[in-house]
Design a binder for this molecule. Structure first.
Ligand SMILES: Nc1ncnc2c1ncn2[C@@H]1O[C@H](COP(=O)(O)OP(=O)(O)O)[C@@H](O)[C@H]1O
Ligand SMILES: [Mg+2]
Length: 1077
């Protein structure tokens, strides 16, 4: 038998009498206990019902954040009947997934915020679940289990910002589960009437990067506290401070203390709280002296790290992928849950990897062990979080399968502990805290077997600490009212406003050194960083030489007066809100100056805006979601880049990182804007080597850099082998820019030769490409005008040969910057399986490339001809640097003709040209122009068709008229000449027709050349960025309008010319039969 079995029970008003047979690890098998379970809430404390050991899962969806509202987010989550949650795929309307959990909390809408700030249901019909409702189900469940003597665990899981801490800790007046559970626990203790004794201890720890940090102890231990294993008790944290508590107020104070420690760690050690797990453990023990037994419950309350990091850290393709341990615990928690879920459904599981990470060691009993466990899956309602939300729901789905084996933890009192209990300490009401623990706590918190101070002594110590803290708090409250001060602003709203620095009258210094009146921690903060003066409530800040101080987004270098609610950033990213003296204060809401506010303000000051990334193109006034996502990424990464630059400087790595937006100004082969993506350009300032990192790689590297930097700060050896250095990478070829060469002429068998600009991701010219695309015979002889076709349809099913000749690259910026560098060009046409590269050319600013490749479409398909008419050949410019591998491609998987030409249009697929290309950004005017152009072209094709038909019918009538009886005389000649006499006539006819076709082809050629020029102009127009300066906006708009006008004129005049030419040809055509008659 595994757990306790209830063999008898009796209920009274406030007790439930149970006769239990127990066989837990700690109890000898077959021992019988009689237990009184208090029904403290007046409710029945249910005996463990069958199935009660399943992990309970609740899901909760929060309201939109301001950022989501600004982005015009849509809600993709719906909930029904308190248990089901449905998620709608925003990119696939109608595609939904439904999950069923024990509880589904709708906290997204239907609420109203009271004058006290508490969120409650807006009306009786509202489905809204506030903190009270969540506590009623989950918090009470925890308390009930604890009173019954079960270990209990509450875990909050979800991506950063999904509301984990809101549910667990709460925010302002909206108290979360942890404070409410603690408060009710003490209330219930106070209301006890009987002579029972209770012991509560509180501990608070954080796991960051597999290191355990005690949040209640000032003593810093390099490498963190050790997790050890005891044969009887399992894993525990050695040396963790566990504070005896007598009241809820004391717990509140301890939580404040812990939060402060967390905040300091987050700013000082640069350890983002979103990547750390916070574990609060309450040891709750009830002693029943009369019965000679005690009951003990460990209550673990866990606010897990943001789940999204799991994915991004696995930065694909980064050679240092496995290096960081920052997500190990969370990843492993997933593995443990998966293994247990598999086991629960009868799959064979050989091993549950509890030992693989610190968190899972400490939560071993919570998952699959002796605990009643609940998981809260916190989710965002927003469409942009769809993937993460779905992954959270899937995680929760797995967790609900996990089965635990909870038992009531009872122990017999030893004679000594009975004696100890006679000296009771004063407690609330008639109850009291027991004086001596009967046995060491079974969970992380204290070292088993270590000598413990008597409970009374521990309580007295805790009371003294509490008293001192109380005095300090009262002092601080007073100072907040009277003195100007700085309040920290953290990425995590829970940690904002926790650190307070007062600016006393006179002048004072601020910086890293402890000798400063204000000790500021954080990256890029110098020993003496800045000084403050406070003269009659007028406060100024002056940065010390070269120290970074930013006020309201703008870097300052000289003495600057601070105004109430100014935003101040010290070093790379230590953000503070300045609160002025009482005379300057009003009743303003300071909560709007959150971390996002700071970052957006800084970004705006640096000229980064959604607009610059191409917003407004959605046409409905809202930015394109992909542009918004890129913008948010950009703003989010800005402070991280600044931190990395600081670490690089301090560690003397010589790297400089810069944020870039990939495809900011690039378009796909059809001219549509490409999906924008944030990337980081890394430059070695000494060697000028350049790398380009993806966002995922950058974040992954940043974790590793932080680890290295931490070692450096701790005074440890921070040297690493080159291959393990997160600041190092082998050099690679760098993508510099690309040029569009429109292929339309090729569809008419016409040559094109161009000098196209190779534009970089910012839309600036990196170089000019000279290229020629020439239709030719299979033997490579250039086609002439006589080969030009009037309608590409004429090429359908025919063999087409053409050569792409990369002539040269002019004025490469890359080579101007460093003459030792080289370049290569790469391109890929239609269905070529991979890119072809030209040979590398080093150390020449205007490299003459002169490389020509012949391609053959043996049987030109309609798709290929369509592709030629609507797509451009994209030629990429790659920068080579010393020591980097040159780009090459194997020609093995290319199909070649007998002559050795590369074959294209080899697949019978229609999807080639459009796959993966979605227009993300089109200026309405431009698309309108293009559409118009396409219609005109279609019209011309129709004219062409009509002409041919007319031609054919005229020819028919000519033939019919030709051999008729009236032609007596000429018939002699005909007779004389026989059939042969017809030939000269036929030849003339053919010559005449060919001359017509040539005229038509020439007209078309001129037309397409002009259209190409106009298309180029339109693309340039699209890439132009509006000026930052509002004053310049009017001239800019004027210029743009002029250019648009010019392009329109060009298009219209080319159409006019073409129509005129066609009309002339038609006229000639009509006159001809008349002449011949
Ligand atoms: N149920 C909710 N009701 C109102 N606001 C919420 C709710 N859940 C989260 N929030 C708000 O959303 C933001 C992010 O929540 P937080 O709990 O800090 O997320 P996490 O801890 O998962 O990173 C906070 O500003 C918080 O106040
Ligand atoms: Mg949080």
């Amino acid at each position: 038998m595994d757990g306790p079995s209830i063999i008898d029970h009796l209920e009274t008003d406030c007790f439930c009498w149970l006769n239990v047979q127990c066989s837990s690890v700690k109890q000898k098998q077959g021992v019988f206990y009689v237990i009184f379970l208090p029904t403290h809430t007046g409710e029945m404390t249910a005996a463990p019902a069958p199935g009660a050991d399943r992990v309970r899962v609740a899901v909760r969806v929060r309201p939109f954040s301001q950022r989501e509202k600004d982005a015009g987010s849509k809600c993709v989550v719906s909930m029904h009947s308190g248990t089901t949650t449905t998620i709608h795929d925003p990119r696939n309307p109608g595609h939904t997934k439904t999950f069923t959990f024990d509880l589904a909390y709708w906290s997204h809408s239907g609420f109203h915020v009271g004058s006290d700030g508490v969120f409650t249901s807006a009306d009786p019909s509202s489905e809204f679940a506030g903190q009270r409702e969540v506590f009623r189900d989950l918090g009470r469940g925890v308390l009930d289990s604890a009173w019954q003597g079960y270990n209990t665990t509450l875990l909050a899981y979800g991506q950063t910002g999904s509301g984990k801490s809101y549910s667990m800790i709460g925010f302002g007046a909206n108290k979360g589960l942890i404070p409410s559970v603690c408060e009710e626990l003490f209330q219930a203790i106070e209301n006890r009437e009987r002579n029972q004794e209770y012991q509560v201890t509180f501990s608070m720890l954080e796991i960051y990067n597999e290191q355990v940090r005690d949040l209640l102890s000032g003593a810093k231990q390099p490498g963190g506290l050790r997790v050890r294993e005891d044969s009887e008790l399992g894993f525990y944290v050695d040396g963790l401070k566990s504070v005896p508590c007598e009241s809820y107020a004391q717990i509140e104070r301890l939580m404040q203390q812990g939060t402060k420690m967390r905040t300091t760690a987050s700013t000082h050690l640069n350890a983002s709280s979103s990547r750390s797990h916070m574990v609060i453990t309450l040891q709750f023990k009830q002693v029943f002296p009369d019965r000679g037994l005690s009951k003990q419950s460990s209550i673990h309350l866990v606010d897990l790290a943001g789940s999204e990091r799991q994915k991004s850290s696995g930065s694909e393709g980064d050679r240092l992928r496995e290096g960081s341990r920052v997500n190990l615990s969370l990843t492993n928690l997933g593995n443990v849950i998966s293994a247990l879920a598999d086991a629960a459904v009868g799959r064979r599981v050989l091993h549950v990897p509890y030992r693989d990470s610190v968190l899972t060691k400490l939560l071993q009993s919570a998952l699959g062990g002796n605990s009643r466990t609940t998981l809260i899956a916190a989710i965002s309602p927003a469409d942009i979080c769809y993937e993460e939300t779905l992954s959270t729901l899937r995680y929760a789905e797995r967790a609900k399968k996990v089965r635990n084996k909870a038992v009531v933890n009872t122990a017999a009192l030893t004679p000594e502990s009975r004696a100890g209990n006679s000296k009771l300490l004063p407690g609330g009401g008639n109850s009291s805290m027991a004086a001596q623990p009967a046995s060491p706590p079974a969970e992380p918190g204290s070292r088993p077997g270590s000598p413990q101070l008597p409970w009374a002594h521990q309580l007295a110590q805790a009371r003294e600490e509490w008293r001192q803290h109380h005095v300090a708090l009262a002092q601080e409250r007073q100072m907040l009212k009277t003195l100007p001060h700085l309040l920290n602003v953290n990425e995590d709203p829970q940690l904002t406003g926790v650190l307070k620095y007062f600016i006393q009258a006179g002048s004072c210094d601020a910086g890293r050194a402890a000798s400063n009146a204000i000790t500021l921690q954080g990256l890029g903060i110098s020993d003496k960083h800045a000084s403050f003066t406070n003269l009659d409530g007028k406060v100024t800040v002056t940065p010390h030489s070269k120290c970074k101080v930013v006020v309201n987004g703008v870097p300052i270098t000289a003495k600057t007066k601070l105004q109430h609610l100014d935003r101040v950033i010290f070093g790379s990213n230590s953000a503070y809100l300045y609160v002025g003296p009482p005379s300057e204060r009003g009743g303003e809401d300071v909560s709007r100056f959150d971390y996002d506010f700071f970052q957006l303000e800084r970004a705006a000051a640096e000229g980064v805006s959604v607009h610059r990334l191409g917003a407004g193109s959605g046409g409905d006034g809202h930015a394109d979601p992909s542009v918004l996502a890129a913008f948010q990424d950009y703003v989010g990464l800005m402070p991280l880049v600044s931190e990395v630059n600081q670490m690089s400087e301090e560690l003397k790595k010589g790297l400089r990182m810069e944020l870039k937006v990939k495809n900011l100004a690039s378009s796909d082969s059809r001219g549509y804007d490409l999906q924008k993506e944030v990337m980081v350009k890394v430059t070695n300032q000494r060697t000028h080597q350049v790398w380009v990192w993806s966002k995922a790689k950058f974040i992954n590297r940043k974790f590793l850099m932080e680890e290295l930097y931490q070692r450096f700060l701790d005074g440890e050896d921070s040297r690493v082998a080159q291959e393990d250095d997160p600041f190092w990478d082998p050099v690679e070829a760098v993508h510099l820019g690309s040029a569009h060469v429109w292929l339309q002429p090729l569809a008419y068998c016409m040559e094109l030769e161009e000098q196209a600009a190779l534009l970089n991701c910012d839309g600036l010219e990196e170089a000019v490409l000279h290229v020629r695309v020439r239709p030719c015979s299979p033997a490579g002889r250039a086609c002439g005008e006589e080969d030009v076709v009037i309608d590409p349809v004429e090429l359908l099913g025919r063999r087409m040969d053409f050569q792409i000749h990369i002539v040269r690259c002019l004025g490469a910026q890359w080579l101007k910057e460093d003459a030792e560098r080289g370049v290569q060009m790469g391109y890929r046409i239609y269905d070529l399986p991979h890119t072809l590269y030209t040979k590398p050319i080093w150390k020449t600013v205007n490299p003459q490339i002169e490389e020509s490749v012949q391609f053959t479409a043996l049987n030109a398909s309609q798709e290929f001809l369509d592709y030629l008419q609507t797509n451009a050949l994209i030629v990429d410019l790659w920068g080579l640097q010393e020591g980097c591998a040159e780009l090459s491609c194997s020609r093995q998987d290319l199909m070649v003709t007998g002559e050795g030409h590369i074959m294209v249009d080899t697949k019978d697929t229609a999807a080639v040209m459009t796959a993966g290309q979605t227009p993300s950004d089109q200026t309405p005017e431009l698309s309108l122009k293009l559409l118009q152009l396409q219609r005109e072209a279609e019209l011309l094709r129709a004219v062409n068709r009509a002409l041919r038909e007319e031609n054919a019918s005229l020819r028919g009538s000519l033939e019919r008229a030709g051999p008729g009886p009236p032609a007596r005389e000429p018939s002699t000649a005909l007779t004389v000449a026989g059939d042969a006499a017809l030939w000269p006539e036929g030849d003339r006819e053919r010559d005449w027709q060919a001359s017509c076709d040539r005229a038509f082809a020439a007209a078309l050629k001129a037309f397409y050349q002009r259209v190409n020029a106009a298309t180029g102009q339109l693309l340039r127009l699209r890439r132009q960025e509006p000026p930052e300066d509002d004053q310049m906006l009017r001239p800019f708009v004027h210029r743009q309008a002029q250019m648009l006008w010019d392009s329109g004129d060009l298009l219209e005049s080319s159409l006019r010319t073409l129509k005129r030419d066609v009309a002339l040809i038609v006229k000639k055509r009509r006159e001809r039969p008349l002449q011949s008659e």
